[in-house]
Write a protein of this length. Structure first.
Length: 310
């Protein structure tokens, strides 16, 4: 895929986000409805899209590519975690420090990355993108949750393991991978149903994301150094690290491009949800997530362009 094609596709996707802004502004999409649609997308539609992506003939080469991609994605996550710990360890405000660390490391892989991969490459894009989604869930529910828990927290490894296992997207990845490896194919009508559901995913996801930007506190934007550094890391620096790891692991083609795009996605919405659950100040997380989402319109094509020259 050329840079022009990618930029065009991303522009179309962001037009859907703008459509969501218009619908929300017109009063025809309320926050409660947007929350319900978010749950529907994450817990029902996304798992079906993942299973549908694995409905393809098994090949050892595809499994080998998945393995190399997993190694590269995990390596880039570990490097990002280590760098963020060093860079933000001196931030005095605990809420701001946690938001900066979490927001810089974790991208909106599931809610924005998978729809983008689907829009650009169809089921083939989702097939390779699930590696980044799995890494996101595993690291976010282990390292990510530990950022928001004190040293005397009762939430041990059992609770974290349960949070990963019961995640419907992880379940869908395991089911889909088993069906792929053992060449289990769904009946034609079931597969057609999954196709219909998959067609909903990208447009509905982008409309919901766009509607959430209406609440962005533009008037209260402050150029707080930790948040701005976190924004730079999330949107530019850590995606470049992901590119280097993917090239080091010799990942190419669709697997490379989809992994780069997911690594380039803006800060995950969980930065706000975890802060709320922990009783933290949510303003740093909201600011980071909102600015990161808006800037990603420019930074995703930029990172892709960098991936072709590095």
């Amino acid at each position: 895929m050329s840079f022009t094609q990618l930029a065009t596709q991303i522009a179309l996707v962001f037009c859907l986000m703008l459509f969501g802004v218009i619908i929300r502004r017109s009063g025809h999409l309320h926050q409660t409805t947007a929350n319900d649609l978010t749950d529907m997308l994450l817990y029902y539609i996304s798992p079906l899209v993942i299973i549908h992506a694995f409905q393809q003939p098994f090949s050892p080469s595809s499994l080998h590519i998945l393995g190399k991609t997993a190694a590269a994605v995990c390596a880039s996550c570990l490097i990002s975690i280590g760098l963020s710990k060093l860079l933000f360890m001196r931030v005095k405000d605990p809420s701001k420090q946690r938001a900066a660390k979490f927001g810089s490391v974790y991208s909106n892989a599931g809610f924005m990355g998978i729809p983008l991969a689907q829009a650009l490459f169809g089921s083939a894009g989702v097939f390779y993108a699930v590696i980044s989604l799995a890494a996101f869930n595993i690291f976010a529910w282990t390292h990510g949750t530990s950022l928001y828990q004190g040293p005397h927290s009762k939430s041990g490894w059992r609770a974290k393991a349960k949070a990963i296992i019961v995640n419907p997207n992880i379940g869908a990845i395991l089911i889909g991978l088993a069906m792929f490896v053992f060449s289990i194919h769904l009946p034609g009508q079931v597969n057609q149903f999954l196709t219909y559901v998959s067609d909903l995913f990208t447009p509905l996801s982008m409309i919901v994301i766009g509607s959430s930007l209406v609440d962005m506190p533009l008037r209260s934007v402050t150029f707080d150094l930790p948040i701005m550094v976190s924004l730079l890391l999330r949107n530019l620096f850590y995606p470049v690290i992901a590119i280097l790891m993917l090239k080091l692991c010799a990942v190419t083609g669709t697997a490379f491009t989809t992994s780069v795009i997911l690594a380039s996605c803006p800060a995950a919405g969980m930065v706000v949800l975890f802060a709320m659950r922990n009783g933290d100040d949510t303003k740093p997380g909201v600011m980071l997530m909102s600015l990161s989402t808006l800037l990603s319109l420019l930074t995703i094509p930029l990172v892709y362009l960098l991936s072709t020259v590095i």
